[in-house]
Write a protein that binds this ligand. Structure first.
Ligand code: G3H
Ligand code: 13P
Ligand code: ZN
Length: 309
């Protein structure tokens, strides 16, 4: 049992029809809920930490909590930096013991993205750490109505091939119509699967990553709204589309919003139903259980990663 890279996880997932879940973590209850699910489902696991999470919890706490989860459960975990914006934060995480980092140079012009990514790859690989990069901008399909709009926003397959060849990156996040948060589509959910298939054809050995892949589970949105929340019209990526993406080279599926919704729904429900309680364990316990059950459902019924450890 150890902190591991995603190399072996992706090698197994690449030519299969399942994907590994990568879940964002911000505190102890979230980590415990997710790791319990992975233990129960015997599923490979990536826990990812954003710059915001490091700022909120302080870096040492999250690293130590993940180490504690490994000790407690015996589950191997890949500890990944989510959306590292520059070389410095990637270096810090490599030095802190992360086994995987993402350099997100997607806001930069193509050549600049290559340059920054290459620098991170050199440093990380010298320390046994793997690197994810991103090409294209995450945006809903309605933001890119025609082909040239889409090429300006989504990942261009030929550029993906050149990017991977020039940077030596281990995995690539692609933009095919998903977006972060709880409002992913204005109308019918739609992803550009033709583009995904084309990218995969050109770089068949590169594990692909799907960001913004929460389903925005309606049951949790409904609970939030029922117990005082105000998140109307929230909509995510249907589970069927995640299953489809896993068949076309997507090895890593990023989920944060669904964790936030599950936790918030349970906390809201508990507090409304038990107005006299004020012991945080009373409402964080059920929130942790909800996260465990939601993540187990994803692994078993959506990602197909149960028993793939
Ligand atoms: O991709 C973004 C993740 O959901 C992390 O969000 O930067 O608010 O921690 P955050
Ligand atoms: P969601 O907002 O869909 O959960 O996406 C999370 C993500 O991509 C983290 O990098
Ligand atoms: Zn993301």
């Amino acid at each position: 049992m150890a902190l591991v890279t995603s190399k072996e996880m992706f090698a197994k997932a690449l030519n299969s029809d399942y994907a590994v879940g990568a879940f964002n973590v911000n505190n102890m209850e979230i980590i415990q809920g997710i790791v319990e699910a992975a233990q129960q489902e015997n599923a490979p696991l990536i826990l990812q930490v954003s710059a915001g999470a490091r700022k909120y919890a302080k870096p040492a706490y999250l690293t130590k909590l993940v180490e504690a989860a490994i000790l407690d459960t015996g589950v191997d975990i890949c500890l990944h930096l989510d959306h590292g914006e520059d070389f410095d934060i990637c270096k810090k995480c490599v030095d802190d013991g992360f086994t995987s980092v993402m350099i997100d140079g997607s806001k930069h012009p193509f050549e600049e993205n290559i340059k920054i990514t290459k620098e991170v790859v050199e440093y990380a690989h010298a320390h046994g750490v793997v690197v994810e990069a991103e090409l294209g901008k995450l945006a809903g399909i309605e933001d890119a109505v025609n082909v040239s709009d889409r090429d300006a926003t989504f990942t261009v397959p030929e550029e993906a091939a050149e990017f991977v060849q020039k940077t030596g990156v281990d995995s690539l996040a692609v933009a095919i119509g998903t977006s972060h948060g709880a409002y992913k589509f204005k109308g019918e959910p739609k992803l550009d699967f033709d583009r995904l298939i084309e990218i995969r054809k050109l770089i068949p050995e590169t594990p692909l990553v799907l960001h913004g892949a929460s389903t925005v589970l309606p049951e949790f949105v409904a609970l939030c709204n029922q117990y005082g929340g105000d998140i109307p019209g929230a909509q995510g990526v249907p589970e069927e589309m995640i299953r489809e993406a896993a068949k076309h080279g997507v090895c890593k599926v990023n989920i944060d919003t669904d964790l936030r919704l599950a936790m918030t729904a349970e906390v809201r429900k508990y507090l409304v139903e038990h107005p006299a309680d004020f012991d945080p364990r009373k409402y964080l316990g059920p929130a942790r259980d909800a996260i465990r059950d939601m993540v187990a459902h994803k692994m078993r019924d959506v990602l197909g990663s149960s028993n793939k450890r």
